[in-house]
Write a protein that binds this ligand. Structure first.
Ligand code: NAI
Length: 349
C-alpha cells in the first residue's frame, strides 16, 4: 500500500511513544525511519518499528538516556548515548561534529553506548546540508563470515559518505560492507521472496537462496569487503573502548539488555581545503560528468551514488511511500509485542 510521508512518520512516532520513548525522541527516530522509507531503503524504515518498540518496552533501549558530550580536543569529541535510541544520539552527535568542523575544519565525534541507529545516510546528509563532507561508520551485530571463515565475526558494518554539490544536491553513498544489509534479508522474508545466492550462506557455509535459511552474510568483494568491515569495527568500536568483533551485542539475543554499540562521525569542511564554492562546483561537475558517460547495455544512464534514492524520494512525495500492508496494520494498532523478537536466534524469523 502507499501512504503519505507525514502520515507514516506520525504513526511510527505514535507507536514508539506508546512503547515508552519521549515524544521528542520518538519524533527523531520516526524522522530517521521515514527518511529511509522515503529513499527506498525499506530495510531500515517502518519494518524496524516492531523490534524497536519491543526493546524500548523491555528497557533494552533506554527511554530516558542521560546524554553526555565530551570535547576531548579542538577537533575530537565523544558523545555518550547512555544506550538510548541510537538515532537520537547519532543525530545530536552529528550536530556537534558540524559545529566543530565549521570552526576547526575537521571533526571526529565518537558516539558511544548506543542502540541501533538506522540508515546512516540520514546523518551524513545533516553534514552535506551544511555544505560539509560527512562520513559515518558504525558497528552492527556479528553475522558476517570473514573471508576464508566458516563462522561469523564482524557485523554488516556500514559506511556512509555525503559531499555537497550546488542547489542542495549531493553525492551520497551509504552501504553495508556486506553484499546486502541484514535488513534486506528481513525485507525478503517479509515479502516471501527468494534471494540471490551471492548474498549469504546457510548453516554449512553454502550459498543460501531461501531468506529463512540464512545463517551468515558475505562481505562485499571477498577480502576487500572484509578489510573494510574490520576498519569500521576499529573506528567505531576499538577506538571508542567498546566491545568489538564477535563481542558486539546481538540485536535479538536479550531485548532487556543495552547494546553498547559505537558509531563514528567524521566531518570535513571544504573551506579549509579548496574552498566551499569551488568544491561544490566540482561535486556538481562530477555528478554531471557521471551522468553523461556512455551507459553499459541494460542501463539507462550512469547514476551518481544517491541519485536514484533522491529521485525515489521526489516520486514518493507525489505518490506516497510504499510499505507492506502488515506493517501498516501493526503501526496503526495498539499492540506492543513482547515476544516477537526476544531470545530469538538472530537468524530466526
Ligand atoms: P544499498 O545496496 O541499497 O545501496 C548501496 C549504495 O549503492 C547506495 O549508496 C546507493 O546509492 C548506491 N547505488 C545503488 N544502486 C546504484 C546505481 N544504479 N548507481 C549508483 N549508485 C547506486 O545499501 P545497503 O548496503 O543495502 O544498506 C542499506 C542501509 O542499511 C544503509 O542505509 C545502511 O546505513 C544501513 N545499515 C545500517 C546498519 C546499522 O547498524 N545501523 C547496519 C547495516 C546497514
Amino acid at each position: 500500500m502507499r501512504i503519505v510521508k507525514q502520515e507514516l512518520k506520525d504513526i511510527m512516532q505514535n507507536k514508539l511513544h506508546k512503547a515508552g520513548l519521549t515524544e521528542s525522541h520518538a519524533e527523531t527516530v520516526a524522522d530517521v525511519l521515514v527518511h529511509a522509507d522515503a529513499r527506498g531503503i525499506h530495510s531500515h524504515g517502518a519494518m524496524r518499528v516492531e523490534y524497536y518498540a519491543e526493546r524500548i518496552a523491555k528497557g533494552g533501549i533506554n527511554a530516558a538516556p542521560d546524554f553526555k558530550f565530551d570535547k576531548t580536543g579542538p577537533c575530537t569529541a565523544t558523545f555518550d548515548g547512555d544506550n538510548g535510541a541510537g538515532h537520537v544520539a547519532a543525530k545530536l552527535a552529528m550536530d556537534e561534529a558540524i559545529k566543530m568542523a565549521k570552526e576547526n575544519g575537521i571533526a571526529a565525534v565518537g558516539v558511544r553506548r548506543i542502540s541501533h541507529s538506522g540508515a546512516l545516510s540520514y546523518f551524513v546528509q545533516q553534514a552535506a546540508k551544511e555544505k560539509l563532507i560527512g562520513i559515518s561508520v558504525c558497528q552492527s551485530d556479528p553475522m558476517v563470515v570473514p573471508f576464508g571463515g566458516a563462522e561469523p565475526y564482524y557485523g554488516t558494518n556500514p559506511i556512509a559518505f555525503a559531499a555537497p554539490g550546488n542547489d542542495g544536491n549531493f553525492i551520497q553513498f551509504d552501504m553495508a560492507t556486506t553484499v546486502q544489509a541484514w535488513g534486506k534479508i528481513l525485507h525478503a522474508r517479509s515479502k516471501n521472496e527468494q534471494i540471490p545466492d551471492t548474498w549469504a550462506v546457510n548453516e554449512n557455509g553454502e550459498p543460501a537462496t531461501d531468506p529463512f535459511d540464512v545463517r551468515a552474510l558475505l562481505p562485499i568483494a571477498g577480502p576487500k569487503g572484509y578489510g573494510l568491515m574490520m576498519m569500521v569495527d576499529i573506528l567505531s568500536g576499538v577506538l571508542l573502548g567498546l566491545p568489538f568483533g564477535n563481542k558486539v551485542s546481538s540485536m535479538y539475543h536479550d531485548l532487556t539488555e543495552h547494546r553498547n554499540l559505537g558509531q563514528l562521525h567524521i566531518v570535513i569542511n571544504p573551506e579549509f581545503f579548496t574552498g566551499i564554492n569551488g568544491f561544490m562546483d566540482n561535486i556538481s561537475q562530477t555528478m554531471e560528468d557521471l551522468n553523461h558517460l556512455k551507459p553499459a547495455p541494460g542501463f539507462d544512464r550512469v547514476s551518481y551514488p544517491g541519485q536514484r534514492s533522491a529521485e525515489r524520494e521526489k516520486k514518493y512525495e507525489e505518490e506516497g511511500i510504499e510499505i507492506v500492508d502488515d506493517i501498516y496494520e501493526y503501526l496503526i494498532s495498539d499492540a506492543i509485542h513482547h515476544d516477537a523478537y526476544d531470545q530469538k536466534d538472530p537468524f530466526a524469523k
